[in-house]
Each structure stands twice: as C-alpha cells, then as structure tokens.
Design a protein around this ligand. Structure first.
Ligand code: PEP
Length: 256
C-alpha cells in the first residue's frame, strides 16, 4: 500500500553558492507553504547540507544528498558515508542519477552497494532509473529499466522497500526544457510498478515512483494526473523559487 503523500525533490545539482543557496531557501521559507500531503525535499550540494539544515527550524522540508559512498568510514578520499549524512541531519539520498552514471561511470553494482549501505543506516533512498535516447529509439526502454531495477535492488528485501522511492528519469529529457510525453511517462511508471510486483510478490509495500525530466510550473499539473506518478524530481525549475513554489502549490492543491 502507498500512502497518498506526494514527494517533490529539488535536485539543485552542482549549482549555487552559500549566498545564493541561503537566499533560495529563505525565499522558499518566506512563502510559508505547508501541505499535509506533500513532502518537499531539497538536495543541495553536500557541502551545504549542514547550514541548510540549521535554517529548517520548523521542518518545512527535508534534506537529500545527491550521492553517497557505500562504506561507513575509512581510506576513501573524497567520499561521504551514509553515517555522515545522518550525522548532519540528512534524511534522504539520491542514488543512481544518470549524470552520475554518465560522468562518474557509476555502475549498477556500485549503485546496489550504495542502496544496501544507505538502507542499513536508515536513509530514505530515491533510486533513479531511466533509458537513454538511443535505448528508447532501439526499443530497449523496458529491458534497460528492468535491468537497472533488478541489479540496483539486488539483495534488498521486502522490508527495506519501505525506505525506497523509484525516480524515473528518461536521460535525454533531463535539462532539455521539454518533459517526456504523458503517455510514455504513464507506460513506464506502470511498467516499473509491475516489475516491482514481480520482484517482490509477497510485499505489502509498494514503493512510490516519481517522475523527473524538465518538470516545470506549466506541465506539473498534467504530469501529476498520471496514475502511477507519486511525485516529481525537479532540476532546473528548482533554481527559481517562484517556479518551484508554483510546483509545490499545484501538487498541494491537487490533493484537496
Ligand atoms: C534531474 O536531473 O534530476 C532533473 C529532474 O533535471 P531537470 O528538471 O532540469 O530536467
């Protein structure tokens, strides 16, 4: 069973600096948005997690890291562990984003280790999957996504699904300014839902599935009407407080 809470992730990527990020969060807080059925999760560059957490006195949002390493501590120069994320009050972690798969050559096996380790330390996980343009053009979308799901969730049991959300992000659509068409989103979300049922036939937990890829204040309403869309991942539009707040308001009002 899924609860009806919708999730809105702001993936700020490697953007902003201390001043501009603080301003973005201040502007967001000044709008005093609060919807019972919507959770907002900001994913700033990891170096700013702690200072942003301190601004969040009234728990208006949650925090996500954009990446994590799979060991708890040790000689892994430059890496950040799940324990460290917990230590600075970070509740969520994004794992498997296509930009990491492409630019840092993250494999399904590494992603799987990160999911296992983050789950062990009770982080909520948004596990990103999605096909490239070429894969879609060659009719490989379902094969690729099914493979990403199976390999990413290897050794993850039913109980651990409780803390996992799937993010469907068609790779070519990210940052393009134009979201995938509604029919494609609908079909892939339905496919992911079915795949998870096949992988976890005994599970009473159905992970939420959120869509990401050029979501903005104009297309959010149509995207959220799709049956298996439980929220969105917002990249570019999350850098503009007005657009991002419009998205949150639209989703908040859809639940009325
Ligand atoms: C993302 O990369 O997670 C994303 C959703 O980006 P954009 O909204 O800019 O397509």
């Amino acid at each position: 069973m899924k609860n009806k809470k919708k999730l809105i992730f702001a993936n700020l990527k490697m953007n902003l600096n201390s001043n501009s990020l603080n301003k973005l969060i201040d502007d967001f807080l000044a709008k005093e948005l609060s919807f019972e059925d919507v959770d907002v999760i900001f994913a700033p560059p990891v170096i700013y997690l702690n200072e942003i957490r301190k601004k969040n006195k009234n728990k208006n949002f949650m925090l996500a890291a954009q990446n994590v390493f799979y060991e708890d501590s040790g000689a892994y120069t430059g890496e950040i562990s799940p324990l460290m994320l917990r230590d600075v009050g970070c509740e969520w972690v994004m794992i498997g984003h296509s930009e990491r798969r492409i630019h840092t050559l993250e494999t399904n096996e590494m992603i799987n280790k990160k999911i296992i380790s983050s789950s062990k330390h009770n982080l909520n996980i948004i596990f990103c999957v999605g096909e490239s343009y070429e894969e879609r053009r060659n009719g490989k979308t379902y094969e690729v996504i099914s493979d990403q799901l199976k390999r990413g969730l290897r050794d993850i049991n039913e109980k651990q699904l409780r803390n996992i959300v799937i993010g469907y992000e068609p790779v070519w659509v990210i940052g393009s300014g134009e979201a995938a068409n509604l029919k494609d989103i609908d079909e892939v979300h339905t496919f992911i839902d079915k795949q998870l049922n096949i992988m976890y036939p005994e599970s009473s937990i159905e992970p939420k599935i959120v869509y990401g890829g050029s979501v903005n204040n104009n297309n959010i309403s149509d995207i959220m009407k799709i049956q298996n869309v439980d929220g969105v991942l917002v990249g570019n539009a999350s850098l503009d407080t007005n657009k991002f707040c419009d998205i949150v308001i639209t989703v908040g009002n859809l639940n009325d």
